[in-house]
Design a protein around this ligand. Sequence first.
Ligand code: ATP
Ligand code: LTN
Length: 324
Amino acid sequence: MRIFSGIRPSGELHIGNYLGAIKQWIELQEKEECVFCIADLHATTTPYQPNQLSKAVFATAVTYISAGLDPEKCILFVQSKVKEHTELTWLLGTITPVGDLKRMTQFKEKSKEHPQYVNAGLLNYPLLMASDILLYQTDLVPVGKDQSQHVELTREIARRFNKKFGETFKIPKVLLSKGEKIMSLKNPTKKMSKTDNPQTYIGLFDKPEAIKKKIYSAKTDSEKEIKFDVKRKPGISNLLAIYSLFSGFPIKEIEKEFKEKGYQVFKEKLAQLLIEKLEPFRRKKKELELHPDYLEKVLEDGRKRAQAIAQQTMEKVRKKMGLF
Ligand code: ATP
Ligand code: LTN
């Protein structure tokens, strides 16, 4: 089976990105053919600093490998380096109704967030994502829940293309993880997001002091009971989910362990757990940053392998559409 996924280099990655996406990728690379990209073209659809983008791409590559992706076991590459992605984006745009793009939740949310920056690229974002996925004849797309609507649209586009021009693309499926939606520490009814204030998320390389501070000040409620109840207790439920996903213990057991103990003790233990689990990431990052040429080689090697696959699909697409 072929797996494809990506992340925009739009800020430091957090435990939501890890639990929702990367953790699954690491498991999948052991048994499937995996392709992961750094979606730098997607990062240009919201406000960004051009002179910081290549640094952010580098930092995302460091994060991927520090968190456990192994370039020997999967293909890692930068989206903009494989031009086939933009070519296919254009072509898919010609068979996609504008209404389908306008109704995407992410488009609506980002348009509201950046009213001065509602550009056509933001509207066409799902076409680029569909191209990423379809170029590699992908079977499964492991992402967090917020991205599943885009994968659904990708399926529709692939079906429409196959019907109109003949069998060309494999129809991909979304693969959600247990950590499909981790919430913001300050507003637990909103998803944790890397373009939000850093106090609302735990970065994968946060230092122990920062982790403690953020967890201790995470929003909970005025009760005492440690119980998973998303409607009534979204803050504590989010922290319980994070505890469970990092420790591997079921939520029921954690509730039992902390019964009668109060929020403070629970938060101290959670901070301790996160410090312990994230420590290897920080160690690996330090090591990698000493070898920028290694990283460049990994990404160039990844580009070659990715492009070889993408070119084959593009040749088929051009033929089918009469562009040869
Ligand atoms: P941005 O703030 O730039 O929109 P983000 O933090 O939402 O960024 P993305 O780059 O959109 O992160 O997402 C990368 C991957 O992580 C996607 O698969 C996405 O579904 C997943 N993801 C993002 N946020 C969360 C979250 N809070 N919980 C679970 N998965 C998440
Ligand atoms: N839009 C995704 C990132 C992304 C992606 C992809 C995910 C870009 N291309 C292809 C899966 C498959 C996001 O997380 N915001």
